[in-house]
Design a protein around this ligand. Structure first.
Ligand code: SAM
Length: 259
């Protein structure tokens, strides 16, 4: 007699595998994305397919990108009823976005939150690729709060996101909603992506100034921007040289980049 051996999937910490099991959170994510048959949706890291199945029911076309080869066969089985799902076994950071606009909806692997956002926002805008129209993402709670920061508490990540879209925290999510349970709580964020960046200047120079401005904690901008124009540049842009980087608005960074 032959026995069918089903190998249970062992979550891989190295790939940020904390699988969602709370269906109320699932409903909140899907609701926030307001998906219709007109939509193409990209999901990063479908995992065991809990969110994927819901997205597949609603979207016209779903592209699900999963790095873990071990999850691909079970995912194909879970999604066998759908003919609108494209399952890709690749690293999302190597993925080239489609030409038509799409929504990005995912419970992302937290270890690459910043690279994922840079890939789909900054890189899409600066390399003439297609950014999403909206992102609905589960991220670590503290990271969500950092992304939504405002002056006088700005940071590089917030500027990196808010230059390309308007972020908002939709809901906080307890660590108990996942298995295995992570060490941190989470939040659902929605980023409404702009058609054009919020600034009209050379983006490479704008981000060069931002990175230099934040490179030395607690230093005044006169000090941290010394090599890029220092006091003279700040005065030309109408910014007090004793200010710290955290206090500047997006439009003040733009003024610096234009001077
Ligand atoms: N969506 C599932 C859920 O909500 O239960 C799984 C979410 S889990 C937090 C993150 C998923 O992203 C895992 O399935 C993991 O294998 C996958 N992943 C990790 N790194 C990835 C990468 N670089 N590219 C694509 N998928 C990745």
């Amino acid at each position: 007699m032959q026995y069918l051996r089903v190998k249970a999937h062992r979550p891989k910490k190295s790939l940020g595998q904390n699988f969602l099991h709370d269906r109320r959170i699932l409903e909140k994510i899907v609701h926030a994305a307001s998906i219709s048959k007109e939509d193409t949706v990209i999901e990063i890291g479908p995992g065991k397919g809990i969110l994927t199945t819901e997205l597949a029911k609603l979207a016209g076309h779903l592209i699900a990108i999963e790095k873990d080869r071990d999850l691909i066969r079970p995912l194909h089985a879970t999604l066998s009823d759908f003919n609108n799902v494209e399952l890709l076994n690749e690293d999302v950071l190597d993925y080239t976005m489609p030409k038509n606009r799409y929504k990005l909806v995912a419970n992302i692997p937290y270890y690459i939150t910043s690279p994922i956002l840079t890939h789909f926002l900054h890189d899409a805008f600066t390399k003439n690729l297609t950014p999403p129209t909206v992102c609905i993402l589960l991220v670590q709670k503290e990271v969500a709060q950092k992304i939504c920061a405002a002056p006088p508490d700005m940071n590089v990540l917030a500027l990196n996101i808010q230059t390309f879209g308007k972020p908002k925290i939709i809901s906080y999510v307890s660590r108990n909603a996942f298995s295995p349970k992570p060490n941190v709580d989470s939040a659902i964020i929605r980023i409404d992506v702009f058609k054009k960046p919020a600034v009209d200047c050379d983006l490479a120079h704008y981000f060069e100034l931002i990175h230099a401005g934040f490179s030395q904690k607690r230093k005044t901008l006169a000090n941290s921007l010394k090599k890029l124009g220092g006091v003279t540049l700040l005065q030309q842009a109408g910014i007090n040289p004793t200010c710290r980087a955290e206090t500047l608005t997006i439009s003040e960074w733009q003024s610096l980049a234009l001077n």
